[in-house]
Every structure is written in C-alpha cells, then in structure tokens.
Design a protein around this ligand. Structure first.
Ligand SMILES: C[S@@+](CC[C@H](N)C(=O)[O-])C[C@H]1O[C@@H](n2cnc3c(N)ncnc32)[C@H](O)[C@@H]1O
Length: 387
C-alpha cells in the first residue's frame, strides 16, 4: 500500500526524519508531505506516533482527469468494498484543480456519486454521507491533470491532539510546534524554557516528546471504523499501543519552564498541560521576559515571539500610518528585550520562530540554523543560535 503523510510546508524534513525513525518502509520526501509504503498497520503506526504529520492518506487510485465525468468514472472504477459497507458513512473532500474541474465542491460531488453507485451495484444498497464525522473520509487531490483518491486514516486532523481546549494569542499548531522542536534540534535531556508560552504549545509538545508519550495514544481514528479493521488490524493496533504505553517515561528527564506575562495565557497553559497529562513536567509561571534570569544548567530557550505582521497599505491615511509606526517602535523595543534575554544566557541555545526580519536584525547574531517554514499563510524562519 502506498501512503502519503501530509504536513505544513517547510516541515517535510522533520516528518521524513520521524517516519524513518519509526522504521516505516520506503520513506521518501515529497512536496507538502512524505511518502511511505507498507501495510495498513504501518499507516496506523504513523497516526499513533507522528508528531508532525497533519494527515496520513492511503492512496487507492490515480488517473488522468479532463473533466467532471472522468472523476465519476475514476471513482466508480475503484473497488470500495474493503473500506465501506452500506452501514458506514462517507464524505469526500477535494483539493486542487484540473482541466474542466474548477469547483472543488462539484469535484467532490462527482467522486461521491461514483463511489455510491459502485457500492450500490455491488451491495444492492448505498452508504450515507456524513460530512461532519464520516467513518470513511475520502480525499480527492487534483494536480496537473491527475486525480488521486485516498482514504484519510485519522479522520480528525492529527494536530487536534485533544488536549488544547483553550488558546491565547496566535497559537501555533501542535504539529508545527513539534516540527520546530525536531528541526531546531531541541534536546529532551537539557532544560527547556519558553518565556512567551501563550497557551503552552511548545512547552507541552516538548514535555510529551521528553516523556515519549505518543500523540495518538488516547485517540481513536477513522480507520478503527473500517470493516477491515476488525478482520486484520485490531490485534496489531492493540499491540502497537501497549508497546507505546510501556515505553512512556514516568517524568521528563529535564526541567521544562513555561512563562508569559499575561494571566489568561497562564490559565490556558495550565489547563492544556493538565489535559495533556504533563502538568507535573511543566513549571508554569507568570513573568515578564524582562525579568527572566537563567536557571540551573544551560539548556534551550525556545519561543514564538509576536511578528507584528500588519503592514501599512499605500492607500491608508496618516492616522493608520502613525499607529503602525508606533506599533513598529513597540515591537523593536520588545525585540531588544529578547536580545538582552539571549545575552543573559551564555552557554545556552536559542530556538526562535521569526515572522519579522527586524527580529533577526535586532538579535545581531549568526544563526546556526535558518530554515524557512509556513505558519498558515505566513512565511516564517526557524532560527537556532548557540549563545
Ligand atoms: C505569539 S504568542 C505565543 C503563542 C504560543 N507559542 C502558543 O502556541 O500559544 C506570544 C506571547 O508572548 C507573550 N508576551 C508578549 N510580551 C511579553 C513579555 N514582555 N513578557 C512575557 N510574555 C510576553 C504574549 O502574552 C503572548 O502570549
């Protein structure tokens, strides 16, 4: 079987490293994700352990498309009976465009018709559509005149780990935070400090990683509702989970500190750490970055500072321009505080996400790693410094 695990743009290297470490067969980098091969069990293993994948797709068919009819015929030609019965629900999600197919909603409808008609012919009955929580999420991807039809093993995207119920300003996706820790080479055996923790995503992901708690350990996935699951996968899945559970460490090997000056961020961080099961591993305190002093052995300062991404448009009036200039001055002052924080930590490493070139300029240091990533639509840089 051929799988494609998707991830945020720029994090493919981290995902490839992760899937190779899981010893999945034929791991190969791609655009926007990583390919691998194997049995259904290997796809399930990626859902259980990958911290950086957004989705794990099982590719069922690929064919050329020159119009909507080709989508219907292509979907109808696939044998869907191993995956769907008349009692399971389905939904089709479409991405991309192809010649003669300019509307993703319409493309999804054509595929759904093809799937349903194939099953009605074979089983004498058709499954229902459930767009909110389908048993079998089907993904159609259109690119360069080709269609790929896949099943989404997880259903709910993998970044929704289940522990983040409260967010504060500009939270990072859990999968992006995990990729930052991996690509930024943040160690788990040395102290970790996020002084701008917000809702705690970086610190909590670091704690989960340090304790070897797989992100999928307490989750249920779409593939568990497929007919083939009971027949061939359930016992292997149970074994994978019990092996993973046995490998969990009782505590993080090094201290993890998370602080923020905003009381609401601290509340959110506490609640999330509790739900993630790592409240005993993360020390959460309200503090201004200006007052932070190095504590204990050297480790990593890791943070996602505000980017101040609002740009002034040409046509905006003098008031808007003056407000933007004030905001820029404030941001410059804040970045100077961060430069001073780094200066107070000789012997440490710093891993920062930068969405504003002014930050790098203000830090005035040579980065050991400067890697381009995307935080949603924003192009940002992952920077690592040895202090
Ligand atoms: C972009 S957010 C971090 C988001 C976080 N990574 C998350 O996933 O939730 C930046 C955080 O810096 C905090 N902050 C800004 N200035 C600060 C200061 N002087 N001292 C401490 N925290 C500050 C804000 O309250 C905000 O939570």
């Amino acid at each position: 079987m051929h799988f494609f695990a998707t991830c945020s743009k720029g994090t493919e290297g981290a995902l490839r490293q992760e899937l190779a470490a899981l010893k999945l067969p034929a791991v190969r980098g791609g655009r926007g994700g990583v390919h691998f091969e194997g049995r259904l069990e290997h796809g399930a293993k990626a859902c259980l352990h990958s911290r950086t994948a957004m989705r794990v797709l099982l590719e069922l068919a690929a064919f050329p498309v020159d119009g909507a009819d080709a989508l219907y015929e292509g979907a109808r030609a696939v044998d869907w009976t191993p995956w769907l019965t008349e009692r399971t629900t389905l939904a089709v999600e479409a991405t991309g465009l192809a010649p003669g197919v300019t509307h993703t909603g319409f493309a999804a409808l054509k595929v759904k018709d093809g799937v349903v008609d194939m099953l009605r012919d074979k089983l004498g009955a058709r499954p229902d559509v459930d767009t909110r929580n389908p048993d079998v999420p089907i993904v159609l991807h259109l690119d360069g005149g080709r269609a790929t039809l896949s099943l989404d093993l997880a259903g709910e995207p993998l970044h929704r780990r289940g522990w983040r119920t409260t967010t504060s300003v500009a939270p990072l996706k859990e999968t992006l935070a995990a990729a930052v820790l991996l690509a930024g080479r943040v160690e788990v055996e040395a102290p970790f400090v996020d002084p701008l923790c917000g809702s705690g995503t970086l610190a909590i992901e670091q704690a989960l990683r340090a304790r070897r708690i797989p992100p999928g350990l307490e989750r249920s996935f779409a593939f568990q509702r497929w007919p083939c699951y009971r027949e061939e996968l359930q016992s292997r899945w149970d074994r994978l989970r019990s092996q993973a559970r046995a490998a969990v460490l009782p505590a993080a090997p090094a201290p993890i500190f998370a602080s923020d000056f905003h009381p609401k961020a601290i509340d959110a961080c506490r609640r999330n750490a509790h739900l993630a099961g790592v409240s005993g591993d993360v020390v959460i305190e309200q503090a201004n970055v200006r007052d932070l002093q190095p504590r204990g052995e050297p480790g990593t300062l890791c943070m996602n500072p505000p980017y101040g991404e609002r740009l002034i448009a040409e046509e905006e009036g003098p008031e808007a321009r003056s407000a933007a200039r004030t905001q820029e001055r404030k941001l410059a002052g804040f970045y100077r505080l961060l430069a001073e924080l780094l200066d107070r930590h000789p012997g440490w490493s710093a891993v920062l996400l930068s969405g504003n070139p002014l930050l790098q300029k203000t830090l005035a240091r040579k980065a050991e790693i400067d890697h381009r990533l995307w935080n949603g639509p924003l192009e940002i840089h992952l920077l690592r410094y040895r202090l």
